[in-house]
Design a protein around this ligand. Structure first.
Ligand code: AMP
Ligand code: MG
Length: 327
């Protein structure tokens, strides 16, 4: 995972936000398989930063399919028809994921846990799963199996993995906590998911650098004002190469194999992290033309930067984007 850009984004924001607060507070932890950095630029203190990081851990413990005692793991283990009580956060994430799945024609599918497990990106000697193994894994798929009740859900055999939306949803929780505690200017970096909170007193915009999926550099920068979440889904974030072919972690729900939509990365800016995160994954799977249609039809509040396989960029929606060549 490339971390340089996110630190650069933070650095840029900190520099631009120099007039924002007398004493910025920064705290960092490792959670959600990435580095989490909280920068409180106005109205925060060390305790609030630590509470924010603790909240990330608490939310991960509820949402991670890979924690045996998480609510999602319990849901996945429960026999068909059994309703598992859920905390409001988990239930809301499931409900919103279902809505995004519906609006993206199934491009977002949070029931690919078994298929994802067949792709071991961390292995020394990674293997491409057989078609039979993938077909078998896809028998545990199906968003339509998930039945929500007032305060719980049953998965009915679907194996749920909220990896495509968890960071965004958890970032939303952190931003709410910061707001409640009186923080008026902050930047949260969750490795691929950036959150901006508030306006900077010097009236300069937040600047978020977007990785170039083909190199260690940047493809460009977004300038944003106020409260935003920016999420990037990229084939270059987690992948292995076998016989000259790149196999990345964003799967086509129809095949259980890496989605080949002609895009190398999708960055979405949206008012909430859950939407930005869910949409960046879904639009990557959907491909350029479908992505444009989805945003126009369902998400006028969001905008996206698509990087095509030839390295060219398409902007969808209203976004202040400066290509790196012009930066
Ligand atoms: P993201 O990095 O937010 O794009 O999410 C990618 C992660 O979500 C993967 O590591 C999988 O755990 C899971 N995933 C992969 N493909 C999909 C998909 N089409 N829909 C929903 N989740 C997916
Ligand atoms: Mg995502």
């Amino acid at each position: 995972m490339k971390r340089r850009s996110f630190f650069a984004a933070i650095l840029a924001a900190l520099l631009l936000c120099a007039g924002c607060a007398a004493k910025p507070v920064t705290a960092q932890s490792f959670a959600l398989d990435t580095f989490i950095t909280v920068n409180l630029l106005s109205g925060g203190d060390e305790q609030i930063a630590q509470d924010a990081l603790a909240l990330v851990d608490d939310c991960e413990a509820l949402l991670s399919a890979h924690r045996e005692d998480s609510e999602i793991a319990r849901l996945n283990r429960a026999p068909a028809g059994e309703v598992v009580p859920l905390s409001p956060l988990v239930r809301r994430v499931l409900a919103e994921a279902l809505a995004i799945a519906e609006n993206t024609g199934g491009a977002l599918d949070v029931t690919l846990l078994a298929a994802s497990a067949l792709w071991d990106y961390k292995s020394e000697d990674p293997q491409v799963p057989s078609e039979e193994a993938l077909a078998e894994a896809l028998t545990c798929r199906g968003m339509d199996r998930i039945a929500l009740t007032e305060s719980g859900a049953s998965a009915n055999g679907a194996q749920i993995d909220l990896g495509a939306v968890a960071k965004g949803a958890i970032g939303d929780e952190v931003v709410s906590l910061l707001r409640e505690r009186g923080v008026s200017c902050a930047l949260l970096d969750m490795g691929g998911n950036i959150f901006t909170l508030g306006d900077k007193p010097d009236d300069s915009p937040w600047v978020v650098a977007i990785d170039d999926p083909r190199s260690d550099g940047y493809i460009g920068r977004l300038s944003l004002r106020g409260d935003w979440s920016v999420s990037t889904s990229s084939g270059a974030q987690r992948y292995f190469v076998k016989d000259g072919v790149v196999y990345h972690h964003i799967l086509d729900p129809e095949t259980g194999a890496p989605a080949r939509s002609g895009l190398l990365s999708v960055t979405v800016a949206a008012p909430t992290g859950l939407l930005a995160d869910g949409l960046s994954t879904a639009l990557f799977v959907a491909g350029e033309e479908e992505a444009a249609r989805i945003l126009e039809a369902h998400y006028p509040q969001a905008a996206a930067v698509l990087v095509r396989e030839d390295g060219t960029v398409r902007i969808l929606g209203d976004l202040d984007f400066t290509p790196e060549s012009a930066a």
